[in-house]
Each structure stands twice: as structure tokens, then as C-alpha cells.
Write a protein that binds this ligand. Sequence first.
Ligand code: NAD
Ligand code: MLT
Length: 311
Amino acid sequence: MYRVLITDPLSDQGIKPLIEADDIEVDQRLGLTEAELIRIIPEYDALLVRSQTKVTAAVIEAADKLKVIGRAGVGVDNIDLLAATRKGIVVVNAPDGNTISTAEHTFAMLMALARHIPQACAALKAGTWDRKAYVGVELAGKTLGIVGLGRIGSEVAKRAKAFHMRVVAYDPYLTEERAAKLGVEMADLDTVIAQADFLTVHTPLTKETRHLIGREAFRKMKDGVRILNCARGGIIDEAALYEAIQAGKVAGAALDVFEEEPPKNNPLVDLPQVIVTPHLGASTVEAQENVALDVCAEVLHILRGEPFKNA
Ligand code: NAD
Ligand code: MLT
């Protein structure tokens, strides 16, 4: 029997293949502290997480028989990959199961930002009928700057084109050919930043992308630019964004992710120009089922010594 530990909420439908497998015993233990995880991890062959569980070097060090860590989602920045590699533990993710949901959430945020929908909704529910305070902007004819034109960035681009936006993107690892197919102009980062009316980031969080959008970048932007981050907290420097909004340089921002989650005493959350969601990009029934199914299939293959897709 292989023992699998699940420490974040995963779709019941998605983990069915694991639950029903004859050679697998599944334990679901949500909300563990690092110390609790370190204490119990030696009993398990596989660990399944979303983004809440931090799979630190100390957890990995204590994992005596762990063969695989499965991430039901895209970003693996909550897993110490170096420590896992050193211990010969395979890390697998679900790279495309939540692409559409996250692109749709990004677009929902973009429209809500353009038309002040959350603020107007809150005001009206509080008894204020104010049409002047919430005059928005059209998307048609505006330029959307995309940093990171991978799976999600590409789907956001397609939706923006359908809304008659011009799309200009920066992605040093993407071919001009792929961008041309999407009807997207490729440019260097400075050009994208300077031309964008709306700027959205869709890169992984790496050493290279941490604070990629910082004070220097905000200085180069158009006055009244609107900023979106539905990728990872930390790609945009939150302190620099706060200053740029306070200075009137940035008209508004839509944030699904934060440098610290949940955000604690984060002044951005309190600004009226900022709309926020609690890391909901992939939170749809469909995406959660997809990513859980995908990662469970990979974990089963790895435990059984069968070929698997990604590592
Ligand atoms: P992806 O790997 O398909 O795309 C990422 C793109 O970023 C790639 O094309 C890559 O070439 C590009 N890139 C890498 N470094 C770059 C740099 N320095 N500058 C510009 N581009 C760079 O990934 P994806 O599935 O599109 O996911 C994108 C991000 O969204 C990840 O951070 C992921 O964790 C996050 N995400 C968030 C949610 C959410 O709930 N909010 C859901 C899913 C994914
Ligand atoms: C991801 O990287 O896939 C996202 O963080 C979605 C999630 O797991 O909530």
C-alpha cells in the first residue's frame, strides 16, 4: 500500500481515482502547521498540496520515504524544489487544468476595474446611489500590456482581442510566430510598460520576476494606467504600487494574489482604487476538478513506477 497525504482542500471528484485505487491509502489533514507536517510526513509516500501548504526544506528533510510531491495547480513556488531534487523526490504539477478559469478571472477583474463595479456595488448596497463617482473607461481601442504570454497570458490576450483591445506583450521565451498567431505584438519590457493602458502580469514568480514591476517600471508608465496581478504576489512590488496609486500615476489595480497571503495590514487592500479577491483565479468547480484529476493521475503513475508527463 502507498500512503498519500493531502494537506490542502482538493476537489472530491478530482481525488476519486486515488481514493478508489486498491493500492493507495489517502489521508486528508488540512491546516497543519509546519511542525505537525514535519512530524507526520515520514509515514507517507506522496504529498498532495495546493498553494497554502509550504513544503519547506525542513519538511522535505523529514520525509523519509516520500517519492512525489503533487501540486494541484500551476505555481510550484510553495515547494522547495532544490531540497526535493537533492532528496530525489519528484515534483509534479497540473500545468493547464486551471488556465481558462484564471484567464476568465483576470478578465473579470479587468472589466470590474474599468467600470468600478465592486466599489459601486458596495456603495449602492450601503444605500448610496452615486452615478458620478463611478464613471469608467471603455476597453475598445485601449492597449493591454501583457508580461508573460504563456498559457494564461495567451488566453487573456484572446479575450482582450475580442473586446477590440490592442495587445502588446513581453515574454523573452516566446517566439514571434506564436505571438503573431494570437494577433499580439511582441515588444521589450520598457515598450510594453510605456504603451499599456492596462498592464497584466502572467509570469511565474522566480528570482528574475520578483519585483519585475517596481518603482522604475511605474515611472515609465502612462499616467492613469491600470494594473492587474492574477499570477503571483511579488511579481509587482506592492510598496511601489501603493506609492504609484497615492501619487496619482496609477488609476487603479486589481489584485488576486499578494506578497503575503492572506494579506496582513496591507495598505493596498484599503485603497478605494484597488479591487481584490482572495486568490480565486483557479477557484471554479471545473478547474479544481481538472487540476486534482491531472495531478492524481501523475502521482499514481509515479508511485507505481509508470511513465509520467511532467516533473
Ligand atoms: P506558463 O508557464 O504557461 O506561462 C508563463 C510565461 O511567463 C511563459 O510564457 C514564460 O516564458 C514567461 N516568462 C517567464 N519568465 C519571464 C520573464 N522574466 N519575463 C516575461 N515573461 C516571462 O504559466 P501559466 O499557466 O500561464 O501561469 C502564469 C502564472 O499564473 C504563474 O505564476 C502561476 O502560478 C499563476 N497562476 C495563478 C492562479 C491564480 O489562482 N491566481 C492560477 C493559475 C496560475
Ligand atoms: C496556481 O498556481 O495554480 C494557482 O495558485 C491556483 C491555486 O492553486 O489556487
